[in-house]
Design a binder for this molecule. Structure first.
Ligand code: SF4
Length: 353
C-alpha cells in the first residue's frame, strides 16, 4: 500500500502552524481548544483560546467560574451552548472524577458537548490513543484522495469515512498523523481551488486524476435558512435601561438583550413600527444578522419615556446603561451598542424615574 502516512507527516513537519494547543499534552487545554474551534476558524478561535487559558488556566478554575463570566468571554464566537456545556462538563469532572480528565476515548465521549470527533482528538492528542479523527478537513481529504461520492452527511458516508480513516491512521504516531491530515485539509486540500499542482499527494489522488476535485466531498442535504423578524425595544429611565436574559431552547440562550418582540413576517414587523411611530425617539435601520441556519432582520426602537413597557416586569433587569458592557450579549446587540455611540442618544431625560 502507498505510504500516505509518511508523506502527510513529512508535509506536516514542514508546513504546520505553530499553535499553542499543539505545544501541550494537557487534556484540559486540548479539550478547551477543540470545543472553541468547533464551527470556528483557527484565526478566529485563537484569541479566545488565549483569553480562556489566561482566565481559567486549569480545569478546577473553570469549574468554579460563573456562567455569565464564561459567556462574556465567549461573546462573539457563536454557538453558545458550547460554552454552557463546557462549564457544566468542567463541574462534572471536578466533582465526579476528582478533577482528573478522563483518559480514554470511551470515557471522553460520555462528556456533555463531546462528539466522536472531539473525543478522538483529545484521546489521541493527549494520550496517544490509536483512534482516528474525522472532521470536515478529513472528510474532504479522504473523499478526494479516494474519489468517494458517498454523501458525508449520510449514515453510510459517516461509517465509510470513519472506517477508511481508521485504516489509514498511522498507529506509530496517531497524534501527529491526526494533526497532519487535518492540517493538510486546512492548508493544502482546501474547500475551494486547492493548488493540486503543488500537492505532495497529487500523484496518488484519484479525484485529481479523474477531474472531480471540485465535486468532492458530496453532501446530500441542503440546509434550510429560517427567516426571523425581531424588534428590540430600548427603554430608558434616567440613566438606566432594561435587559433580559434569554432562556428556552433557542439561539443565544443565557445571553442578555433588550426586551424583544418577534414577528411572523416583515409586514407584521413594519406594522408594529407604524402603530408606535409617535412614541419613538429613535429607530435603527434594519440590521440583517446571519447565523448558520437563520437570517434575522432586527430593528431597534428607542421609546419615549412615558410609554409603558409591555413585557412582564419580572422578566426585566433594570441596570445603569454604562454597565451594559458587563453582560454577555450576542454579536447583534454588541454591534448595535458600538454603532450607537454608547447609547448617548438615550440620555434624554435624567429626571424621569
Ligand atoms: S491533489 Fe488536490 S485534491 Fe488531491 S489531495 Fe492534493 S490538494 Fe487535495
Amino acid at each position: 500500500m502507498v505510504n500516505y502516512q509518511d508523506i502527510l507527516i513529512s508535509w506536516y513537519q514542514i508546513n504546520k502552524r505553530d499553535l499553542p494547543w499543539r505545544r501541550t499534552k494537557d487534556p484540559y487545554k486540548i479539550w478547551l481548544s477543540e470545543i472553541l474551534l468547533q464551527q470556528t476558524r483557527v484565526n478566529q478561535g485563537l484569541p479566545y483560546y488565549l483569553k480562556f487559558v489566561e482566565a481559567y488556566p486549569t480545569l478546577q478554575s473553570l469549574s468554579n467560574a460563573k456562567e455569565d463570566d464564561v459567556l462574556r468571554l465567549w461573546q462573539g464566537l457563536g454557538y453558545y451552548s458550547r460554552a454552557r456545556n463546557m462549564l457544566e462538563t468542567a463541574k462534572v469532572i471536578e466533582s465526579n472524577c476528582q478533577g482528573t480528565f478522563p483518559n480514554s476515548y470511551n470515557e471522553i465521549i460520555k462528556l456533555k458537548g463531546v462528539g466522536e470527533y472531539t473525543a478522538a482528538a483529545v484521546a489521541s492528542f493527549s494520550f496517544d490513543e490509536k483512534v482516528a479523527v474525522v472532521d470536515g478537513n478529513v472528510f474532504r481529504v479522504l473523499s478526494r484522495l479516494f474519489d468517494i461520492d458517498t454523501p458525508i452527511d449520510s449514515s453510510a458516508g459517516k461509517r465509510e469515512f470513519k472506517f477508511l480513516a481508521e485504516e489509514l491512521l498511522d498507529r506509530r504516531s496517531p497524534a501527529i498523523f491526526n494533526q497532519a491530515i487535518m492540517e493538510f485539509g486546512a492548508l493544502q486540500c482546501t474547500p475551494k481551488s486547492p493548488d493540486c499542482n503543488k500537492c505532495v499527494l497529487c500523484h496518488m489522488c484519484t479525484s485529481n486524476s479523474v477531474g472531480t476535485v471540485s465535486q468532492r466531498p458530496v453532501k446530500s442535504k441542503k440546509t434550510k435558512t429560517k427567516k426571523r423578524f425581531f424588534i428590540y425595544k430600548v427603554f430608558s429611565v434616567g440613566n438606566d435601561t432594561f435587559i433580559q436574559k434569554r432562556s428556552g431552547k433557542d439561539i443565544w440562550q443565557g445571553l442578555y438583550e433588550f426586551p424583544l418582540q418577534e414577528f411572523g413576517d416583515e409586514n407584521e414587523q413594519l406594522e408594529y413600527i407604524e402603530k408606535h411611530k409617535n412614541e419613538l425617539l429613535y429607530q435603527s435601520v434594519e440590521i440583517t444578522h446571519i447565523l448558520s441556519h437563520q437570517r434575522i432582520s432586527a430593528i431597534f426602537l428607542c421609546f419615549k419615556h412615558n410609554v409603558e413597557i409591555d413585557m412582564p416586569p419580572t422578566d426585566l433587569l433594570r441596570i445603569p446603561r454604562n454597565e451594559l458592557h458587563l453582560y454577555p450579549v450576542s454579536v447583534l446587540i454588541d454591534n448595535f451598542l458600538k454603532n450607537t455611540n454608547d447609547l448617548s442618544f438615550l440620555s434624554f431625560d435624567e429626571n424621569v424615574n
